[in-house]
Design a protein around this ligand. Structure first.
Ligand SMILES: O=C(O)CCC(=O)C(=O)O
Length: 271
C-alpha cells in the first residue's frame, strides 16, 4: 500500500500497477468526502430502485450495483475531479481517455454460505481482451468503507494482468488475495487483472465506487453524454466533459460532420 502523502507515491503506484497489476493508494478521500459519498450512494440507490424497479434489478443478477449514479446525484461528478485520479489516468491511458463506467456499490451482507453466485463475485476481467500488452483500460475503485476480509474486500489475483491464457478457477482460488484497505483508499488496477467481489458476511453494507477509464476510441458501457443530456454536460468542467465523452461523440448527419473545427463533435487528437 502507498499513501498520497509519500513523495513519489504515483511513480511507486505505477510501478506496482505494471508489475502486480494493481496497487492500493491510501489517504485519497477525507472523512467529509466519505460521509458525503455514503449519503449520495443511498440517495442514488433509492432513485434507481424508483426508476428501474426492484424486480428488474434483482433479475439482472447483480448485487447492490448502482449504475449511472451521476444521473441521480451530482455529487458523483466530483470523483472525476480528484487530482490523484487524474494523475493516474494521465500516466496510464492518457489525458484523452474516457470514462467507460462509474458504478456505485452497496454490497449487502449475507449469512455465511448464502451469498448468491453472480458475475461480480466470479473471477473476471473488466477489459476481457489481450492486446499484446497494450494498456487500454484501467480501474480506479474507491473503498468508501474500509475493505476487510469479512465485508467483501475485492479479491485480486496478483500478476494475472495482460495474459493471453485464461487460468482455471483452482489457480484463482489459490492465488487470490483480498485487497484490504482503509476507507478513502483507491484500488487502481489494470482492467485485464482477474478479480472478483469478496463475500460480505460482516452484518453491514460495504460501500464502494468503481471507475473504469479507457483509451478514447473504445465504446463506453453507457453513452454518458446521451444519458445525462447536453444541458448538464455543458455546465461541467472541461476535463469532466471530456471524460464523459463530449469530445468523442459520433456525428449523426452531414451538417454535424461539416462543422468548423471548434464546433465539431470529435476533437482532433482524441484517438
Ligand atoms: O465489488 C467488488 O468488489 C468488485 C465488483 C466487480 O468486480 C465488478 O462489478 O466488476
Amino acid at each position: 500500500m502507498v499513501s498520497i502523502h509519500e513523495k513519489g507515491w504515483s511513480s511507486e503506484a505505477l510501478r506496482r500497477l505494471q508489475s502486480a497489476g494493481y496497487c492500493i493508494v491510501q489517504d485519497v478521500l477525507d472523512s467529509d468526502f466519505l460521509d458525503a459519498s455514503r449519503s449520495a450512494l443511498y440517495r442514488a440507490q433509492e432513485a434507481i430502485v424508483g426508476e428501474v424497479g426492484r424486480e428488474r434489478l434483482q433479475g439482472a443478477g447483480e448485487i447492490g450495483t448502482l449504475r449511472l449514479p451521476m444521473k441521480f446525484d451530482p455529487f458523483f461528478y466530483r470523483f472525476l475531479e480528484i487530482p490523484e485520479v487524474l494523475e493516474i489516468v494521465d500516466a496510464t491511458v492518457g489525458p484523452t481517455s474516457i470514462l467507460h463506467l462509474q458504478n456505485g456499490f452497496i454490497l449487502p451482507s449475507f449469512d455465511a454460505g448464502a451469498t448468491p453466485h453472480v458475475f461480480q463475485n466470479k473471477f473476471h476481467r473488466d477489459f476481457p481482451r489481450y492486446m499484446g500488452g497494450y494498456l487500454a483500460s484501467i480501474n480506479v475503485f474507491f473503498a468508501i468503507d474500509a475493505f476487510t476480509e469479512t465485508n467483501g474486500a475485492t479479491l485480486v489475483v496478483p500478476g494475472s494482468h495482460q495474459k493471453e491464457e485464461v487460468p482455471g478457477i483452482e489457480e484463482f482460488e489459490a492465488r487470490a488475495v483480498p485487497a484490504t484497505a482503509p476507507a478513502g483508499a483507491m484500488l487502481i488496477f489494470d482492467s485485464t487483472l482477474w478479480h472478483a467481489a469478496g463475500k460480505n458476511v460482516s452484518g453491514r453494507d460495504r460501500l464502494a465506487i468503481n471507475h473504469q477509464f479507457t483509451r478514447s476510441f473504445f465504446k463506453q458501457q453507457i453513452d454518458y453524454v446521451r444519458a445525462l443530456g447536453e444541458e448538464r454536460i455543458v455546465a461541467l468542467p472541461e476535463r469532466t466533459q471530456q471524460l464523459l465523452g463530449w469530445y468523442t461523440r459520433v456525428v449523426t448527419s452531414l451538417d454535424e460532420y461539416y462543422q468548423p473545427a471548434e464546433r465539431r463533435l470529435y476533437r482532433a487528437g482524441q484517438g
